[in-house]
Design a binder for this molecule. Structure first.
Ligand code: CP
Length: 315
């Protein structure tokens, strides 16, 4: 595997190799010596042409824990803000000897364009492109679900997951549906009809408009951010109405199974898709998702750049 552009680049055993490698790397991070020399002398560029906190910082931490040299590069403050093209940016990175580019871009398909081009020879990792995909987020979500709810097997066979909210604008939802399905979980999308994409019937997931009906049946509920910055139309009457029908509040938390977990990729709109007391409750694994993001992103860099999975107990 050279690039990670979409979950559809992975088969089940590729996905499990990344999850297992992340498990081993998390053990290293928990130990006294947090760094591995694996990527010493390699250069990783974080090219963020769209805002990010979690993904950008965790890819940087992951690369540093593998001893890579890291160049952080955001649109603001770079020549991208002067209108420099993706091609010229990529050729500049190639000239600097980048072994991998982690790219976030508002245009769906920008990472694929980079990978298909002759502009650079390194690996391309999609850190979120438009409304298309966010594969490293889906992998960290699957890692978190496996850690809490896995039944000892390598996959997520039989687990039920609800993905709730603004599916239309969510690259997280698309990547998660693909990966959870690949790993054997059953996904239900819950959203108002206006926030579901055209063609959702062909996704490997059920669709429901009734959160109260679904909430008591699932092992994990993944709330999605309402992406107001991508909305140029009225998709629901008002915030209060949205919260009433699709928000996760204390009443709905009480309806969940005792073992069920609450997830959110962040950043959250507290009080809109999730109540503050639910986000901060004992059932929430939202902060843990962020920590797991470092282990997963270490595993992605390890598998793409070192070319081999880390064997259990080899560190
Ligand atoms: N989940 C996620 O992609 O968060 P950031 O936008 O902060 O990277």
């Amino acid at each position: 595997m050279r690039h990670l552009l979409s979950i559809s680049d992975l088969n089940k055993s590729d996905a499990i190799v990344i999850l297992d490698t992340a498990t081993e790397l998390a053990r290293v991070s928990d130990g006294q010596v947090k760094k591995l020399p694996t990527l010493r002398g390699r250069t990783i560029v974080n090219l963020f042409a769209e805002d990010s906190t979690r993904t950008r910082i965790s890819f940087e931490a992951a690369a540093k824990r593998l001893s890579a040299d890291v160049i952080n590069f955001s649109a603001k403050g770079s020549s991208i803000s002067k209108g420099e093209s993706l091609k010229d940016t990529a050729m500049t990175l190639q000239a600097m000897g980048a072994d991998a580019v982690v790219i976030r871009h508002s245009a769906s398909g920008a990472p694929q364009r980079l990978a298909d081009s002759q502009w650079m020879t390194g690996s391309v990792i999609n850190a979120g492109d438009g409304t298309h995909e966010h594969p490293s987020q889906a992998l960290l979500d699957a890692f978190t679900i496996r850690k809490h709810l896995g039944k000892g097997g390598p996959d997520l066979a039989g687990l039920k997951v609800a993905i709730v909210g603004d599916v239309l604008h969510s690259r997280v939802a698309r990547s998660n549906v693909l990966l959870l399905n690949l790993l054997g979980a059953h996904v239900t999308l819950v959203a108002p009809p206006t926030l579901l994409p055209v063609g959702v019937e062909s996704w490997p997931a059920k669709v429901s408009y009734d959160l109260d009906e679904v909430i008591s049946q699932v092992d994990a509920v993944m709330m999605l951010r309402v992406q107001q910055e991508r909305m140029n139309d009225l998709f629901f009457p008002n915030a209060r109405e949205y919260s009433r029908y699709f928000g996760l509040n204390s009443q709905r938390l009480a309806m969940m199974q005792p073992h069920a977990i609450i997830m959110h990729p962040g950043p959250m709109n507290r009080g809109l898709e999730i109540a503050a007391e639910v986000a901060d409750s004992a059932r929430s694994v939202i902060v843990e998702q962020v920590a797991n993001g470092v282990s997963i992103r270490m595993a992605i860099l390890y598998v793409l750049l070192a070319g081999a999975p880390l064997e259990a107990g080899s560190n």
